[in-house]
Design a protein around this ligand. Structure first.
Ligand SMILES: [Ca+2]
Ligand SMILES: [Ca+2]
Ligand SMILES: [Ca+2]
Length: 220
C-alpha cells in the first residue's frame, strides 16, 4: 500500500501473480502470470482445453502465487523485484496448500471451463499480516518503487531493478547501478525514499551507465 499522506492511500497495482493448476498425483502446471491492475475483485481469463498446460485435465484447480515483483500496469518496461541482504530472492507466497485444516481452502477446485469461479471469495489473501516482517516491508518497498515504473516505464529499460533489503552498505539507501537499489533496515516502508532511488535508476538508465556522475564535456 502506497501512502501519499497520513490519510490518503493508493491501492497496490502492478503486482505480479501467477495462476497454477494444483494436482495431487503429478507436478502442478503454471497457467500464466498476470499484472494486477486495480483494487478489489479482479478476473483472470485463460485458455484451458486447448492449452498445453491442461494436459488433458477437464477442469483446473486454480491457486495463486505471489512473487514480490511488480511492473507498470501496462505490462511494459521493467520489473522491480526484491532480495535479502544475502542476495537471495524473497520466497514467493503460495496459497497452494491451504490453512492446515483444509488443503484446498485457497484453491478454486474443479473450476468449470467456460464459467467464472472464485478463489477464497469471502476473504483476503495476504503474503503476511505482520507489517514488521522483512517480507512485509520489502513488499511495501516494491510497491513504492512500482509507482515510478507506473509513470516512467515507457522510458526505462526493460530489465529487472532489484531492491536489496535490508542492506548495511549505505545508511540512507542508494542506487548503485541501473538495476540495483540498496535499502537499510527501517527505510523500506519510506515510500519517498524508494521513489527517490528509482529516480537515480531512471537517470543511470537514460545515460546508459551505472555511475550517477556524468561526463558532460563535449564528446564525453
Ligand atoms: Ca493438471
Ligand atoms: Ca488439477
Ligand atoms: Ca481438476
Amino acid at each position: 500500500m502506497y501512502s501519499t499522506s497520513a490519510s490518503c492511500y493508493v491501492d497496490a497495482v502492478g503486482h505480479l501473480v501467477e495462476l497454477w493448476d494444483k494436482d495431487r498425483a503429478s507436478v502442478d502446471e503454471l497457467i500464466g502470470t498476470w499484472v494486477t491492475s486495480s483494487s478489489g475483485m479482479q478476473c483472470a481469463t485463460f485458455e484451458w482445453e486447448d492449452a498445453d498446460y491442461s494436459r488433458g485435465e477437464s477442469d483446473p484447480d486454480v491457486y495463486l502465487v505471489y512473487r514480490n515483483e511488480a511492473k507498470s500496469t501496462s505490462g511494459r518496461g521493467g520489473t522491480v523485484s526484491a532480495r535479502d541482504g544475502e542476495q537471495n530472492l524473497y520466497p514467493a507466497t503460495t496459497w497452494r496448500d491451504g490453512d492446515g485444516v483444509n488443503p484446498d481452502v485457497y484453491a478454486a477446485v474443479e473450476c468449470t471451463s467456460g464459467r467464472e469461479c472464485d478463489i477464497f471469495p469471502n476473504g483476503l489473501l495476504l503474503p503476511t499480516d505482520d507489517p514488521t516482517t522483512p517480507l512485509a516491508q520489502v513488499i511495501m518497498a516494491v510497491d513504492s518503487a512500482q509507482k515510478t515504473l507506473q509513470t516512467y516505464s515507457t522510458v526505462m529499460d526493460d530489465s529487472t531493478v532489484m531492491i536489496e533489503f535490508p542492506s548495511t552498505d549505505c545508511p540512507r539507501a542508494c542506487a548503485v547501478s541501473r538495476t540495483l537499489i540498496k535499502v537499510p533496515a527501517g527505510l523500506a516502508v519510506d515510500g519517498d525514499r524508494l521513489t527517490h532511488e528509482m529516480g537515480h535508476v531512471l537517470q543511470t538508465q537514460q545515460f546508459g551507465q551505472d555511475d550517477l556522475h556524468q561526463d558532460c564535456t563535449w564528446g564525453g
